[in-house]
Write a protein that binds this ligand. Structure first.
Ligand code: GSH
Length: 202
């Protein structure tokens, strides 16, 4: 049985959503921040973060690596486009974009508004991160246009990463000024495999 470890409405949702799309059985373990520092958890992820997935002897951290592992292992699902195809190159492009360009201002906004102890927060970085997020989503808006899916004409794990990240943005900032991004996010997160309690009212 696959074991998935995570906490709260955080990045563990990506593998959770993927496992549900794949229709796989798994045990979900909600852990606390303190648990992440326990020797048992540090043995699985020495960096003290979630998500972590155990599948038999394979223990993985990093949400994107987990999505790719599951997609590769269940290739017939088509959730991970086949290596060497144009779709796979676009999958890699959009996934990298999400975890480096789109996610990092959101992470900074989150850290400096509620995650870090108040004395460590830098309000000016929140301002800067908000500006960077607006810039990047303005450009993304034209790329999304009226697309149903971000890669090709079918749902892939790139939609999990993109829609999860844009949905996070709805919690800590807004994407209301980018109607294509908003429409896309609402549509993708309305899939039954997405946890309904994290959905904004549509
Ligand atoms: N790049 C990692 C980020 C992992 C990460 O930062 N996880 C957060 C939750 S979303 C965490 O475990 N934070 C605990 C901490 O920083 O103490 C991934 O995508 O899995």
């Amino acid at each position: 049985m696959i074991e998935l470890y995570g906490f709260g409405p955080s990045r563990w949702v990506k593998p959770y959503w993927m496992l549900r799309e794949l229709g796989l059985e798994f045990n979900e373990h909600q852990v606390s921040l303190a648990d992440l520092r326990s020797p048992a958890m540090l043995a699985m992820n020495p960096f003290g973060k979630t998500p972590i997935m155990r599948d038999g002897d394979t223990v993985l951290f990093e949400s994107t690596a987990i999505l790719n592992y599951l997609g590769e292992k269940h290739a017939a699902s088509g959730l991970l486009p086949k290596a060497g195809t144009r779709e796979r190159a676009l999958y890699d492009q959009w996934t990298s974009f999400c975890i480096t360009e789109l996610e990092q201002p959101l992470w900074r906004i989150s850290k400096h508004t509620w995650i870090l102890p108040e004395t460590d927060r830098i309000p000016d970085d929140v301002k800067l991160a908000r500006r960077e997020f607006v810039q990047v989503t303005r450009a993304l808006e034209a790329q999304i246009g009226d697309l149903e899916f971000i890669v090709g004409n079918r749902f892939t794990a790139a939609d999990i990463t993109m829609a999860w990240t844009l949905n996070w943005a709805r919690h800590v900032h807004t994407i209301d000024e980018t109607p294509n991004c908003l429409r896309y996010t609402k549509a993708i997160t309305s899939r039954p495999a997405f946890p309904s309690h994290l959905r904004f009212s549509q």
